[in-house]
Design a protein around this ligand. Structure first.
Ligand SMILES: Cc1ncc(C[n+]2csc(CCOP(=O)(O)OP(=O)(O)O)c2C)c(N)n1
Ligand SMILES: [Mg+2]
Length: 335
């Protein structure tokens, strides 16, 4: 047992390793994008610990409606890095056959629903899935995570309202990273995000999303509440987007407050300091974990890159059980 609540040292270490592997993958994928290997990426740097905490508390039967900035969550759910990269690369092993933008995952076997590009669009779907669970009397809860910007969409309102009206098992988790691309949170909403729960008649709580223990405590309390059938719950995890919004963004145009890797506000460094102070780990072990993560990610990227892209004619698959004449005609005209 570690001195922190009921967490074992192994659980803390495995949370840390997950965050380090996720950040390493982020860095490698951005480099791959710069080399033209991957088309686009939305890094999770700064949000690793909050997402890892969510992943640690999920049950197998839970249904996840995530968003595009989710590497650490996917990895903590046990989704192999190879599968993540297949989608990013849009290769033949990609379940989506290369038809989606990178970062727009679908992992049916992990109950991870397809990521939506329009901000907030997945939230009514999450509420709908929770309604289906109730109607079919099935186990599990729905977890929907999203950014601060999503709380200003009408879809957020519809999802929160119906989740409460129908007393559904949905846990809404806002990853408040301070920005919606170039717009700081305070310019898109004046209210505290967790207090928006009041308007819908559900509990809301703010946690320090850069701190593993605060995140785990808040999210597990909220999950217990939702699992017991008392209704939906809103968690606001305060984190910080350390880098650019995406590989298409240049944050130097609008921000001067950059948080650098290794600063006190970096959630990974904060967990390192905690583990060091508890004598759980030393600097040499930290370096070794990071070295292993770099080696792992280099090897997986190298392996998955070799898988060819889908054949162009595969674009005509999956639309109709029998090919329609119009598809045949189109195929003949372009292939
Ligand atoms: C409905 C809609 N409006 C605008 C966009 C363009 N857009 C993509 S991401 C984004 C910012 C979203 O910010 P937030 O919800 O805080 O998530 P974050 O990217 O910070 O994780 C915007 C405005 C979009 N995809 N969909
Ligand atoms: Mg944001």
């Amino acid at each position: 047992m570690s001195p922190i609540g009921s967490l074992s040292n192994d659980q803390i270490l495995s949370a840390y390793e997950n965050a380090v592997r996720s950040r390493t993958l982020d860095i490698k994928v951005v480099n791959a994008q710069r080399q033209g290997i991957i088309g686009f990426h939305v890094p999770s740097e700064g949000q690793e610990i909050l997402q890892t905490a969510i992943g640690m508390l999920l049950h197998k039967e839970d249904i996840i409606f995530g968003y595009y900035r989710d590497f650490s969550l996917l990895m903590k759910m046990g989704i192999p890095v190879s599968k993540i990269l297949d989608q990013m690369l849009g290769n033949q092993a990609d379940i989506e056959k290369g038809r989606q933008m990178p970062d727009h995952f679908s992992f049916k076997e992990y109950n991870f629903s397809t990521i939506q590009s329009p901000v907030g669009a997945h939230l009514p779907l999450a509420t709908g899935a929770a309604y289906a669970l109730k109607y079919r009397k099935e186990e599990g809860i729905v977890v929907a995570n999203f950014g601060d910007g999503a709380t200003s969409t009408s879809d957020f309102h519809a999802a929160m309202n119906f989740a409460a009206v129908f007393n559904l098992k949905v846990l809404f988790i806002c990853e408040n990273n301070g920005w919606a691309i170039s717009l700081p949170t305070k310019k898109q909403t004046v209210a505290d995000i967790y207090r928006k729960a009041d308007a819908y008649g559900m509990p809301g709580k703010r946690v320090d999303g850069n701190d593993l223990i605060s995140s785990l405590n808040g999210i597990s309390e909220a999950m217990d509440y939702v699992r017991s059938g008392k209704g939906p719950y809103l968690i606001e995890g305060v984190t910080y987007r350390m880098g650019a919004h995406s590989t298409s963004d240049d944050p130097k145009k609008y921000r001067v407050d950059e948080i650098t890797d290794g600063s006190d506000n970096d959630p990974i460094r904060r967990l390192e300091k905690l583990m060091l102070s508890m004598g759980m780990i030393n600097e040499a072990q930290i370096s070794e974990i990071k070295r292993r993560a770099r080696e792992e990610m280099d090897a997986v990227i190298e392996e998955r890159r070799k898988i060819p892209k889908p054949e162009p004619e595969s674009i005509f698959e999956d639309l109709y059980s029998e090919p329609a004449w119009i598809q045949e005609e189109e195929k003949r005209s372009i292939l």
